[in-house]
Design a binder for this molecule. Structure first.
Ligand SMILES: [Zn+2]
Length: 355
C-alpha cells in the first residue's frame, strides 16, 4: 500500500484489511449529477477498486453550480465520460467503467451484475424505483439519496427482511426532481458525501450504516433528523412472502460453464459445491465442499463481501443455497446453470486445474 491511503489505513477498525476490501470492491454510481459528483470523487479518492459511472446526459452550464466534478471546458460532453476523466486524474490506480446510456429495464440486469454496491444519485423517480426494485430482487445493497430545494434524504436498503424504499414511499410520485424546483448547490454535495460514507462503511464493515433509518437533512435550518424505518405490511414490493418469491428470478444469477473460469478470476470468486461429500468425491469441478444442509450452520465460515459461485448436480440445490445466502446478507452470488450433470467429461477435466 502506498501513502495515498495512509490516513485511512492508520485508523483503528480500518487498517490494511479495510483498504484491501475497498480495492476489491465494485460500486455502481447511477446518475453523475450533484450527488454523483461528490459521491464518486470520494469513492475514487478512498480507492474503491472499480467504479461504474452511469449517465446519458451532457454537462450543461446550469450544472456547474453544484456538479463539482465538471469544468467549464467540459460543457457539452457526456457526464459519465467527463467524470471518468476527472476521477482518473484524481486516482489513476482504480478502474473506471463508463456507461453513457440511460438505465432501463433492458440494460439494468447486465449493468448491476458486475457490482457489489449500488449508489443511486439519479434525479428522477422512474430510474430510482427501477434501480431500487432490481437491487431488492438481486439482494444488492442500495444506497439511496435525494436532494431538492433545501432538503435531502439518505438511507441504505439491503435484504428482503429489512424495510425497503417502497415501505416509505410506495409509488413513484409525479413530483418534482431537482431541476424543476431548484436546489441549493451545497445540498447534493452534502448528501453525496453521506452516501459515500455509507458505501465505504458498508464495504469495510465499519460502524453502523443507515440501514433501517432515513436521514433527513434540512440545510436551511441545518438540522439533521432521523426516522426509524419499519416494514410496511401493505408494501407493494416487500410485504407478502409470495410477492418476494415471485420476484426471485434465478436467471439473474445464472452463470454458464463457459463464463465460469473468467468470472472466478475477474471477481476473485469462491467456488462452492453444495452437494454431498459422496457426490463431490465422485465428480467435481473443484472449489470448496459445503453441503446445502450444513450451510445455515456454517455461514460464519464465509465473508459477506466475497463473491461466491455455487454449483450442484442440476441447479435446484445451488439456487436454494443462493437464496439462503442472499437472505443472510450476501450480495455477490452466482450459480452454475445446469450444474455438473450437464458437463462433459472433457469440460470437467479441463477446469480442475484452474480451481
Ligand atoms: Zn417494502
Amino acid at each position: 500500500m502506498n501513502s495515498r491511503y495512509a490516513q485511512q489505513i492508520k485508523l483503528s477498525e480500518f487498517g490494511v484489511s479495510g483498504q484491501e476490501k475497498l480495492s476489491n470492491a465494485r460500486v455502481l454510481c447511477v446518475g453523475m449529477g450533484g450527488l454523483g459528483s461528490a459521491l464518486s470523487a470520494y469513492l475514487a479518492g478512498a480507492g474503491v477498486g472499480t467504479l461504474g459511472l452511469v449517465d446519458d446526459d451532457c454537462v450543461d452550464l446550469s450544472n456547474l453550480q453544484r456538479q463539482t466534478l465538471y469544468r467549464s471546458r467540459q460543457l457539452g460532453q457526456n457526464k459519465a465520460f467527463a467524470a471518468a476523466a476527472e476521477l482518473n486524474a484524481l486516482n489513476p490506480e482504480i478502474q473506471i467503467k463508463v456507461y453513457s446510456e440511460r438505465l432501463s429495464q433492458q440494460n439494468l440486469n447486465t449493468m448491476l451484475a458486475d457490482y457489489d454496491v449500488i449508489a443511486d444519485g439519479s434525479d428522477n423517480f422512474q430510474t430510482r424505483y427501477l434501480l431500487h426494485d432490481a437491487c431488492f430482487t438481486l439482494g444488492k445493497p442500495y444506497v439511496y439519496a435525494s436532494a431538492s430545494a433545501y432538503e435531502g434524504y439518505c438511507s441504505l436498503f439491503h435484504g428482503q427482511q429489512a424495510p425497503c424504499l417502497r415501505c416509505i414511499f410506495p409509488n413513484p410520485s409525479t413530483g418534482s426532481s431537482c431541476s424543476d424546483e431548484g436546489v441549493l448547490g451545497v445540498l447534493p454535495g452534502i448528501l453525496g458525501l453521506i452516501q459515500a460514507s455509507e458505501v465505504i462503511k458498508w464495504i469495510v464493515g465499519l460502524g453502523e450504516t443507515l440501514a433501517g433509518r432515513l436521514l433527513r437533512v434540512d440545510v436551511k435550518t441545518m438540522r439533521f433528523k432521523e426516522l426509524t424505518l419499519t416494514k410496511d405490511p401493505s408494501c407493494p414490493l416487500c410485504s407478502q412472502r409470495s410477492g418476494i418469491t415471485a420476484l426471485f428470478d434465478p436467471s439473474h444469477f445464472a452463470l454458464h460453464f463457459e463464463e465460469l473460469a473468467t468470472f472466478i478470476k475477474e471477481h476473485n470468486a469462491l467456488l462452492i459445491d453444495v452437494r454431498n461429500p459422496e457426490e463431490h468425491a465422485a465428480i467435481n469441478i473443484g472449489g470448496r465442499l459445503l453441503p446445502l444442509h450444513e450451510l445455515p450452520s456454517r455461514l460464519d465460515e464465509l465473508e459477506k463481501q466475497q463473491t461466491i459461485v455455487l454449483y450442484c448436480k442440476a441447479g435446484p440445490r445451488s439456487i436454494k443455497a443462493l437464496q439462503l445466502l442472499q437472505e443472510a446478507g450476501f450480495s455477490s452470488l452466482r450459480y452454475l446453470k445446469g450444474g455438473v450433470s450437464e458437463l462433459s467429461q472433457q469440460q470437467i477435466l479441463q477446469c480442475e486445474p484452474q480451481v
